[in-house]
Structures are given as structure tokens and as C-alpha cells.
Design a protein around this ligand. Structure first.
Ligand code: NAP
Length: 248
């Protein structure tokens, strides 16, 4: 593929964890990576590491909680590339409080924890998405991926036989449930366009967010990469973990 025809992908929170590895794996497919990060220092560091591996990477300042950076990032993409092929909404926080290693229950989780979690994982992630949808519409094969979690599944949470039944982080979980709802609605809105909109469950992945995870970041990034590179006849409006559909 010529440099001019290269696909352009923007990943939020790409300076570490699953987002960084997603950037690496897209780089391996000769996709240009815009490394979204809220800190210029760690974003540039990630850019340098990706470039050292031979990937076409470029840091772009994007703080999910700062609308001005959404606007400046979109302006930059518009002026330099004229379109965005792939948007991966990867950045998120998990700040539910613990007492004796057990998450604070739903009846005790504070307003503040719910609001801060929802601001990053839901409201401001929507705001990033809305800022970039017009640029994704300019791609001939746009893909939008929302990093969700099996912990966002109400079906799994209400099934005593599910492996996550006893894993309840109220603010984080419900912020991902809400995000799933948004993914379904956006997929519906865009169903008659080439754009595919899907939610990814990376699995339980060892990162700063989840030191007790089971999967490596290499495995954890696979679902995001698969959804970002779906073929023209691929699905939209689905919730996927490693090729398997999850219940909402
Ligand atoms: P992580 O290692 O904690 O990385 C989170 C990333 O998000 C960091 O780059 C962080 O940037 C960024 N971020 C947080 N708030 C931001 C903001 N306001 N603006 C821009 N960037 C921000 O987490 P991870 O495990 O890789 O998680 C990646 C995604 O997968 C998340 O959506 C998470 O919910 C989801 N997920 C993870 C697991 C798991 O087991 N790890 C399971 C299910 C779903 P800073 O470095 O600046 O803090």
C-alpha cells in the first residue's frame, strides 16, 4: 500500500497497556498510528518506542476529559489526513474503592466515584467519538471500536453461573454497560454506511489497571485490532471477545 493510501488509526490512551499494544499490532499491519495520550511526555515516549520498531507512529495530544484537545486533535487530523479510518476508544479509568481487598458495594459507592468514572469512561468518550465521527465518515471503510469489558454485561452480571457474577465494581462496570448502550445506538445510526461500530472485551489482561489479569497485552489487544480491521462484510453493533460474541 502506498504511503498516501495508508489507513490512519487513532487510539486513545495509547501510551501504555492495551492501547499501546494495539498501536503496535496495527503498526504491524502497516497502518499509520496516531498515539493518543493526555501526557505529552508519555505520548512522545510511546511514539519513539513504536518508531524504533519501524512503525509509522505519531503522538497526538488527546485528554478524554479535555474537550479542547478533542477539537485540536480533530483539526490536526482533518488538516493533515482529511479523514480517520479507525477510532479506538481505549482510554478509561477504574477507580472503584476497595475495603479489605473487596470493592465497595453498589449501595455504598459514592456519587463522586460514579461521576468521575462516568465522565471519563462514558460522557467524555462519547464526546471524543462525536468529534471524530465526521472524519470517520470521510473514510471509505471507517471502523469505531469501544473498549468495553465483560464486566459491562448485565446478562453476565445477573447470571449466578457466569465467571464474573461475583466480580462487582459498580462504577466501572456500569460505565461500561452505558458505553455498550452507546455503541449499539451509534451502530444503528451508521448501519447504512460502510462504518462498523463494535464493542470489544479484551479479556482479563495484565496491565496497570488489572495487575491480577490472566492474559498478556498481546492477547488483550487482539480483539481491538480485529474489530478495527473488519472486512467490508463484517458485522456491526456487536460485543466481541476474541471472535466470540458476548451477551450485552
Ligand atoms: P491502563 O493500563 O490503566 O491504561 C489506561 C490508559 O488510558 C492509559 O494510557 C491512560 O493514560 C489512559 N487514560 C486514562 N484516562 C485518560 C484520559 N482522561 N485521557 C486520555 N487517556 C486517559 O488500562 P488497560 O488495562 O490498558 O485498559 C485499556 C482499556 O481496556 C480500558 O478501556 C479498560 O477499561 C479496558 N479493559 C481492560 C481490561 C483489563 O483486564 N486490563 C479488561 C476489560 C476492559 P495515562 O497513562 O495518562 O494515565
Amino acid at each position: 500500500m502506498s504511503e498516501q493510501n495508508k489507513k490512519i488509526a487513532l487510539i486513545t490512551g495509547a501510551n501504555r497497556g492495551i492501547g499501546y499494544e494495539t498501536a503496535r499490532q496495527l503498526g504491524q499491519q502497516n497502518i499509520k498510528i496516531l498515539v493518543g495520550a493526555r501526557s505529552a511526555e508519555s505520548g512522545k515516549e510511546a511514539e519513539t518506542k513504536l518508531k524504533a520498531e519501524g512503525f509509522d507512529a505519531e503522538f497526538i495530544l488527546l485528554d478524554v476529559n479535555d474537550k479542547q484537545t478533542h477539537e485540536s486533535a480533530a483539526k490536526y487530523v482533518e488538516e493533515n489526513y482529511g479523514k480517520l479510518d479507525i477510532l479506538i476508544n481505549n482510554a478509561a479509568i477504574a477507580i472503584d474503592e476497595m475495603a479489605n481487598d473487596v470493592p465497595i458495594a453498589a449501595s455504598k459507592t459514592s456519587d463522586e466515584i460514579f461521576r468521575r468514572t462516568f465522565d471519563t469512561n462514558f460522557f467524555n468518550t462519547i464526546s471524543v467519538t462525536q468529534q471524530f465521527v465526521p472524519l470517520v465518515k470521510k473514510s471509505d471503510a471507517g471502523r469505531i471500536v469501544f473498549l468495553s469489558s465483560s464486566l459491562g454485561s448485565l446478562n453476565l452480571h445477573s447470571d449466578p453461573n457466569s465467571p464474573i457474577y461475583d466480580v462487582k465494581l459498580p462504577a466501572y462496570d456500569i460505565s461500561k454497560t452505558a458505553l455498550n448502550g452507546y455503541a449499539v445506538h451509534l451502530a444503528y445510526e451508521l448501519k447504512d454506511t460502510p462504518i462498523k461500530v463494535n464493542a470489544a472485551d479484551p479479556g482479563s489482561v495484565v496491565t496497570d489497571m488489572n495487575p491480577r489479569g490472566e492474559l498478556t497485552v498481546e492477547e488483550g489487544a487482539k480483539t481491538s485490532v480485529a474489530l478495527a480491521t473488519l472486512p467490508a462484510d463484517g458485522y456491526t453493533g456487536k460485543f466481541i471477545h476474541l471472535g466470540n460474541e458476548l451477551p450485552w
